[in-house]
Design a protein around this ligand. Structure first.
Ligand code: PEP
Ligand code: MG
Length: 756
């Protein structure tokens, strides 16, 4: 018998039982009887989650006295393991499994084989359905699938209270434990309070069992058509016509969308009696379970794509489209998501978005950089979001200490308020440094600039007292826009930025699109699925090839800075010729403007980012050509360590204070001696006190950092004796201490320099 036929047979029989006006316990007893019989098993049992433990609610084959007596903690025994890991177990010999726990009251010692599936409700296991058999044999795939489909139906019946008595309360909802604390990695420090909102609202599947199988099939067909149209429309974008690697990537995506196997499996699930939504979810669940078993990261990535498509299909079929941003935030909010793109974050209302909690995330992912610029604290690498957080929960985010407290009680709230007030006082103290110039104790003026990317960021210039904007990320305008910003729109932004900066300098970096900064209207949407997007077709590489894009930007910048001074910086320069080519686009546009007797900037300074290690070995060739270089340590370190900056698994792996990085940066700084070229750092590293200390000690005198760090870094600078620090750092670089971070921390502590 096929899996579908076997599941449908069970569902039909379950339906009959449900239709009867009988007692809930009687129904449960009938359910286990039917399943045991259909799967030719001596035993079938249902455990449900009650008061935090899995309680045996019904059994066919085990000792009936054990019903409502046997209770297992989540994580205890095979049943507890299934619930804990939300996984299926299929064992020929149950006792051989390391998690097997024997319960004498059940009388299960005579049974050898065991198979169990979780009963999942809202991504949490609320029970376990299992079968056992005397013979030591693994259950067939069709049997496991029938069991899984049945578990899905049971979950719906339980949710609708059709299988349990009113007084027997199953823990369907997340237990509302007060002061439940989740831990994570602080990505943007700060404190926040608000209500929990999930970025992707959960898709509610109201009905699991189909009333009309054919109608459900048609709904899925229509949803597939729509999804394929969307993918095809993406492929028709003019950019995709040109060939190249990104076309292949899209082809893979398309291959999934048209994958016969996938649609067939969904169809089979519909055949077994499920609704369109339940069938998609059912197949997705199975994919997820398979994913757990496959230990191949490449395949896992592909599965991830498939899961994305599956979500898209589910959204289309259920008509539940959009994110929390499109629905609008109603109160102060702490946002929860697996991960976010920078553009997705920018869609949120800045006034209401107080904090972000991510399952993934890393310090230099662009979404984190954007959040930092917005002053929104972020905690990353937090697990258990879907199982412990409920939409609307009150939440306190302490991204200084790496915790998020769910449902805080009054006492915790009050303690938080006190800390919040103290942190505001500290901010006020930094504000007092606004007009104080940052000189070291031995009299060296350090230039502290800020990074920006949006019009709104410019207000921070006056508030922080930064010396100017050392990095204006022009791609942010592209990220927040749904269409390619035209030249005059770009020009207006640049002009406003220069107006807001007044006498202070602004360095405009030409667009750095690609990598994790994908925009939907350019082919970089595909680069997101590029195998190595950060090393792919991005930044200046893309701009030089799409010359129209760079020309328009050059014109916009030249026009905006007419009669003033303009500083232009190129991102991701890997070889000196790329700088020459970028500069030529600007010089050609300048000549064009001059020919037309248009007003042009009084002066133009050109510079580039140093974020590709290869460029460090070409500085003798490069430096005579330009006015400034800014080291982008975010990209540079990912390339030095061959460690993807956006990969959460590597988030804590490499340290900016490792001797390899510091030696590299010191070598770069030495290459500038004798050249009249400004050298600075504009990566996130410069905004962290301990790291900034190290940079000062190896020759860096210009930092461009996130606005919130300007005050703390100024305060740091004023406490440092640069001569002493430089001597210490050069000693450490010659003979690195085993723990550079620890050594520097101790050095700072001894001098009363606050570095946290
Ligand atoms: C960097 O790479 O350090 C940098 C400042 O650029 P971005 O973070 O925008 O890639
Ligand atoms: Mg960079």
């Amino acid at each position: 018998m096929t899996a579908a036929a076997s599941a449908r047979q069970i569902l039909t029989r379950l339906h009959e039982v449900m239709a009867g006006r009988t007692h809930a316990q009687y129904k449960l007893d009938r359910v286990v009887e039917i399943i045991a019989e259909s799967l030719s098993s001596e035993v079938c049992s249902i455990y449900l989650l009650r008061e935090g433990a899995l309680e045996l609610y019904a059994t066919q084959g085990l000792n009936p006295e054990a019903v409502h007596v046997t209770r297992l903690a989540v994580g205890e025994g095979l049943t507890g393991t299934i619930a804990n890991n939300i996984e299926t177990l299929n064992l020929a010999e149950a006792k051989a499994h390391p998690d097997f726990a024997y319960r004498p009251e059940t009388g299960e010692e005579q049974f050898h084989s065991f198979a169990g599936v979780p009963i999942v409700y809202r991504e949490r296991a609320v029970g376990v359905l299992c079968v056992q058999h005397v013979d030591p044999r693994r259950y067939e795939d069709v049997e496991i699938e029938a069991l899984q489909t049945t578990a899905m139906v049971l979950s719906e019946l339980i949710a609708h209270k059709e299988l349990v008595d009113g007084e027997s309360v199953i823990d369907l909802e997340i237990s509302h434990v007060e002061n439940d604390i989740l831990e994570g990695l602080p990505l943007v420090k700060g404190l926040a309070a608000g209500q929990a909102v999930f970025h992707q609202p959960r898709i509610e599947i109201d009905q699991v069992v189909a009333e009309d199988v054919e109608a459900e099939r048609q709904r899925v067909y229509r949803a597939f058509d729509k999804m394929r149209d969307q993918i095809d429309a993406l492929a028709r974008e003019p950019e995709f016509g040109k060939g190249g690697e990104h076309v292949e990537v899209l082809e893979t995506y398309k291959m999934f969308a048209y994958d016969e196997g996938w649609s067939r499996r969904i169809n089979e699930a519909i055949d077994s009696g499920l609704t369109a939504e339940a069938a998609i979810e059912r197949v997705q669940q199975r994919t997820r379970m398979r994913m757990r078993e496959i230990d191949d990261p490449l395949l896992a990535d592909r599965m991830h794509d498939l899961e994305d498509l599956s979500n898209r299909l589910l959204r289309i079929v259920s008509g539940q489209l959009g994110t929390a941003a499109t629905q609008g935030l109603r109160r102060d909010t702490v946002l929860f998501a697996r991960n976010l793109g920078p553009a997705e974050l920018l869609e949120y209302d800045r006034r209401r978005l107080k904090g972000v909690v991510l399952e993934e995330g890393s310090l230099t992912a662009h979404v984190v950089i954007v959040a930092r610029a917005m002053g929104v604290p972020v905690l990353g690498r937090v697990s258990g979001l879907r199982t412990r957080v409920a939409e609307g929960d009150e939440v306190i985010l302490d991204a200084d200490h790496g915790t998020v407290t769910l449902r805080p009680n009054q006492q915790v709230l009050e303690a938080f308020e006190t800390r919040f007030a103290r942190s505001r006082e500290k901010q006020a103290a930094y504000a007092e440094l606004r007009d104080v110039e940052p000189f070291t104790r031995d009299g060296t003026r350090i230039t502290v600039m800020m990074n920006a990317g949006l019009r709104d960021d410019m207000s921070a210039l006056a508030m922080s007292g930064a010396d100017g904007v050392g990095l204006f990320r022009t791609e942010f305008q592209f990220l927040v826009s749904s269409t390619l910003p035209q030249r005059d729109r770009q020009m207006r932004l640049y002009r406003d930025v220069l107006d807001a900066a007044g006498d202070k300098p602004v360095i405009f970096r030409t667009v750095d699109i690609g990598g994790d900064k994908a925009v939907p209207y350019l082919d970089t949407a595909v680069a997101e699925r590029d195998e190595n997007p950060a090393m792919g077709w991005r930044a200046l590489r893309l701009s030089l090839e799409r010359e129209g894009l760079l020309k328009a930007q050059a014109r916009a910048l030249l026009e905006a800075a007419a009669g003033r001074s303009l500083s232009v910086m190129f991102p991701m320069v890997s070889e000196p010729w790329e700088f020459d080519a970028g500069k030529k686009v600007f010089e050609d546009q300048l000549a064009f403007q001059r020919d037309r007797r248009r007003q042009v900037p009084e002066t133009i300074r050109y510079g580039c980012m140093l974020e590709v290690p290869a460029l460090a070995d070409m500085l003798d060739v490069l430096l005579p050509k330009l006015s400034f270089v800014s080291v982008g340590t975010n990209d540079l370190t990912q390339f030095l360590f061959a460690a993807d900056r956006a990969n959460p698994k590597l988030a804590e792996r490499y340290d900016w204070l490792s001797p390899a990085i510091l030696r590299f940066l010191a070598r770069v700084s030495r290459s500038f001696v004798g050249h009249d070229v400004q050298l600075g750092v504009c990566g996130e590293m410069g905004g962290r006190r301990l790291e900034a200390l190290a940079l000062l000690g190896i020759g860096y005198r210009r930092l461009s950092i996130t606005p919130a760090a300007v005050g703390p870094i100024k305060e740091l600078v004023r406490k440092v004796d640069l001569g002493e620090l430089t001597a210490q750092m050069s000693g450490w670089l010659a003979a690195p201490p085993p723990d550079m971070r620890g050594a520097l921390q101790q050095w700072a502590g001894e001098r009363d320099i606050e570095v946290e």
